[in-house]
Design a protein around this ligand. Sequence first.
Ligand SMILES: [Fe+2]
Ligand SMILES: [Fe+2]
Length: 256
Amino acid sequence: MTPAKSAARAQRVEELGRSPKEARPVEPAPEPPGAESSVTLAQVQDHEGVQTFIALADRFMGEIGYTEHGFRHAGLVSRIAFNVLDRLGYEERIRELGAIAGYLHDMGNFVSRSFHSQTGSAITYDLLKELGMSYKEIGQVLAAIGNHEEQFGHPVNAVGAALIVADKSDVHRSRVRVKDRATFDIHDRVNYAVERSFLRVDSEVRTLTLELTIDNELADVMDYFEIFLSRMVMCRRAAEYLDCRFKIDINGTKLL
Ligand SMILES: [Fe+2]
Ligand SMILES: [Fe+2]
């Protein structure tokens, strides 16, 4: 580093109020202490706010022509996230947090589709606090919800990684609300073409395989990848976080 550059750096450090030592990167903070709580998925589901907001979110998504984002999607993602963590041997409390995050992840859509992961996290904080969940567990759930959108989300904990693969694997005919096929957009067409979707977890070889049966008359594999490529990239990262590989099998052919 030239003397001029070094002086400029020292100046910057000073401006930030940090000594050169403090300005150096350090290891991430250790796992914070914090109690486990006993808040269950059933308690979360029973909360009036949760029921109201998920219902409103689904109605709002219907108004703007989106696929189903209500209790069906919430329940399914919750179960898949739980199963992924269960099959991969995660402890009981982490599995329950996965189920809770899965159930709540799309609730923020009632505020707005844009940044629904962020608004959802903010709303979820109060609800979980009210139910008596510990700060540490709330932190895990909020980080998972806040990171589930492919535009800017990252798997930052096991709960969030399981939520990502569970959410992105819910592509299915039953999510399409538009009745007239002539007015289908590509999301409707691809979802409608999927007659069966299943996320297979193989804990022995550490793979998460999304198995899809697609009606090729309605959409082809290229259509699928056109809209789902970014989701698949996110699933691959999430699987890696869980020490697995992500695979896709469409109509019996392994594509990844
Ligand atoms: Fe979402
Ligand atoms: Fe979702």
